[in-house]
Design a protein around this ligand. Structure first.
Ligand code: PLP
Length: 519
């Protein structure tokens, strides 16, 4: 029989309690905190995170749009290496305010007018949470059928929204189709590589004696002198020459300019194979003349890719759709819903007329990626359409945004931005000290003080040093120009008026200071 010990009778109550307390304290000290968040904790913290983000947006206009920090500010604020033991959510969140926020440029502040917009909306944020929750990797149809199929349908929806020619849509029996890339830069690179492979194979089939290296050395691609640097980068990565085509006085590439260079290059023995047209150039949102360029490219066997990274979103409005006329001559087209269509980064929509041109260039099929449906011809394996293998479920963001805004809501959003840019343009035009430097078509105004580049550089410096609004410059020909881009989802007339008053006041101060310096 087991002997029972009655501790109340042994007088050991105090002794035993002490031991228990010591053991508990010891356990607390030596045992690590729970390694992972469980679902109960996740529910609680998830709600707190959503509250934090909602508060962030509600208070965003009170935060300084451009940070004060100096390079290297962050390292001294955090430990040298990752913690050995888990830390609490509260501690991490506290450090977001202490360490991260001071170094954030607030892209969604209504006082942010730099670069081009980057999209943000609540439906897209919610879809991103879901995408993270599902956490699938959709490199092939079998790897997650919904991830592939929703993407194909969303690209068709979006293609229809901008009235893209049928050949670009996947539809049921088409040869074309759309895919989400991470960025416009990636889209240009992928298309340049596809065009390169197609051209090399075509030339080798006609001239089997020519080596790939020889053909590569003769290949030449083209883009506007206003094109984004990503086109030049695609040429660097693709190992081919890239030449700039001079744009006209409206910063647009004309057919005649392309023709002239093609003529010279063919005479010099080069092989033109790729032209990247831009709709909505980065410096001033100018538009290359697709209706002139397209027929030339088609006739000369040159792949025409159209980069409309920013401007593409505007084509959902019938009044801006004419800017896309001529896309019917293109082989591929790309724009970034993550710029101006309320779908958070990253979501760059790319379409190709003949998807085999693309997949033939990139198709590799190791056994571990094969699946039983791939030979049926009914499925899309997006890994053949892109550089990486892995891909996130990004089309969820499009689906949520398109459904919760509706096409009308999105059109309204684009129109509001365009109206605001014209409001700013009019303010500039009323001030004789300034000039508008390029036609304002969408949400970008390029302007400058009438005077030297140094004067304009000084003005931009004083604007950004004051940190009340944020702008970036560009060069148009030799002129240093200030770019005022309508960016935030919440920007309104009141912010435009504020920005202009602020710029005007800084200008007056700058000119006064200059006057004083003059002998
Ligand atoms: N093309 C144009 C016309 C752009 O304006 C930009 C960026 O602003 C890009 C390409 C690069 O975009 P991404 O960051 O998606 O590569």
């Amino acid at each position: 029989m087991r002997q029972q010990v009655d501790i109340t009778q042994t007088g050991g109550v105090e002794y035993n309690t002490k031991i228990i307390v010591i053991i508990v304290v010891f356990l607390i000290l030596i045992l690590p905190a729970p390694i992972s968040m469980d679902t109960t904790e996740f529910r609680k913290r998830g709600k707190e995170m959503v509250d934090y983000i909602a508060d962030y947006f509600e208070q965003l206009d009170k935060r300084q749009v451009y940070p004060d920090v100096e390079p290297g500010y962050l390292r001294p604020l955090i430990p040298d290496s990752a913690p050995q033991d888990p830390e609490s959510f509260e501690d991490v969140l506290k450090d977001v305010e202490r360490i991260i926020m001071p170094g954030i440029t607030h892209w969604h502040s209504p006082y942010f007018f730099a670069y081009f917009p980057t999209a943000s909306s609540f439906p897209a944020l919610l879809a991103d949470i879901l995408s993270g929750g599902i956490g699938c990797v959709g490199f092939s149809w079998a790897a997650s059928p919904a991830c592939t199929e929703l993407e194909t349908v969303m690209l068709d929806w979006l293609g229809k929204m901008i009235n893209l020619p049928e050949e670009f849509l996947a539809g049921k029996d088409s040869e074309g189709g759309g895919v989400i890339q991470g960025s416009a830069s990636e889209a240009t690179l992928v298309m340049l590589l596809a065009a390169r492979t197609k051209t090399i194979r075509r030339i080798q089939s006609e001239n089997p004696e020519l080596t790939e290296a020889h053909i590569m050395s003769k290949l030449v691609a083209y883009a506007s002198d206003q094109a984004h640097s990503s086109v030049e980068k695609a040429g660097l990565i693709g190992g081919v020459k890239i030449k700039n085509i001079a744009s006209d006085d409206k910063f647009s590439v004309r057919g005649s300019a392309l023709k002239k260079v093609l003529h010279e290059d063919r005479a010099a023995g080069l092989i033109p194979f790729f032209f990247c047209a831009t709709l909505g150039t980065t410096p001033c949102c100018s538009f290359d003349r697709l209706l002139e360029l397209g027929p030339i490219c088609n006739k000369e066997n040159i792949w025409m890719h159209v980069d409309a990274a920013y401007a593409g979103s505007a084509f959902i409005c019938p009044e801006f759709r004419h800017l896309l006329n001529g896309v019917e001559f293109a082989d591929s087209f790309n724009f970034n819903p993550h710029k101006w269509l309320l779908v958070n980064f990253d979501c760059s929509a790319m379409w190709v007329k003949k998807r085999l041109d693309l997949t033939n260039a990139f198709k590799l099929d190791p056994l571990y990626l094969q699946h039983s449906h791939q030979e049926s011809g009914l499925v899309t394996d997006y890994r053949h359409w892109q550089i990486p293998l892995g891909r996130r479920f990004r089309s969820l963001k499009m689906w949520f945004v398109f459904r919760m805004y509706g096409v009308k809501g999105l059109q309204e959003y684009v129109r509001k931005h365009v109206n605001l840019s014209h409001e700013f343009e009019n303010l500039v035009l009323q001030d004789k000290r300034f000039e508008i430097c390029a036609e304002v078509t969408l949400g970008l105004v390029c302007f400058r003080l009438k005077g030297s580049n140094e004067l304009n550089e000084a003005l931009l410096k004083s604007i950004n040093d004051a940190r009340k609004i944020h702008l970036v410059p560009c060069h148009l020909r030799e002129k240093f120009v200030l770019r005022f881009a309508i960016c935030s989802r919440t920007v309104d007339s009141v912010h435009i008026q504020f920005a202009w008053k602020h710029i005007s006041k800084l200008t007056t101060e700058l000119l006064k200071a200059q006057d004083k310096q003059q002998p």
